[in-house]
Each structure stands twice: as C-alpha cells, then as structure tokens.
Design a protein around this ligand. Structure first.
Ligand SMILES: [Cu+2]
Length: 94
C-alpha cells in the first residue's frame, strides 16, 4: 500500500514537470490581414520567445484553416506560434 502511494506520488511529479515543460506562452498580437485562400495571417506580434524573435509585423501560416473563421482584421489576439515543417505557423489562437 505504501509503495503504491510512493509510486503514484513520483508519477504525479513527473507528469507535473512534463506539463510545465510543454506549456507554451501566449503572445499578444493584432491581425493585420487575413488570406483565407493561402491559409495565412499577417500579424503585428509581440516578442516570440520560443522562436527568439523580436516584435514585428509578419506573415504566418495557420495550422488549421478553421482558425481564420474566428478572427477578423484589426482584432487583438493572443496566440502561439511554432516552427512546423520549417514554416512559422500559428498553432493556437486564444
Ligand atoms: Cu516575426
């Protein structure tokens, strides 16, 4: 019984640490342009720490075209971007 508790506690710690490592920060941005045909967004974004990129305005590919239906030009968003197949991609919009 005690051993089981210890194993479960150890497992909980491992899962917690793993969760923190994978948690990505949202970055603030403003949608400048939506290109539904190309599945691209132009975003004026804040610093993207995971990509070591300073604030700028640039074009991103979106992971899922459905994400474009939830946003409009001029909208302030919080998003996560990452490199997917060598392209900087918006993977999540809050
Ligand atoms: Cu950029």
């Amino acid at each position: 019984m005690r051993t089981t508790t210890k194993i479960l506690s150890a497992l909980a710690i491992v899962l917690t640490v793993g969760g923190v490592a994978f948690a990505q920060e949202y970055t603030k941005g403003e949608i400048q342009k939506i290109d539904a045909a190309q599945k691209k967004l132009t975003i004026k974004h804040g610093e993207l720490k995971n990509l070591e990129m300073p604030a700028m305005t640039m074009v991103f590919v979106v992971a899922d075209g459905a994400m474009l239906e939830k946003v409009k030009e001029g909208q302030a968003i919080e998003f996560i971007a990452d490199r997917v197949n060598g392209r900087i991609t918006v993977t999540e919009i809050k």
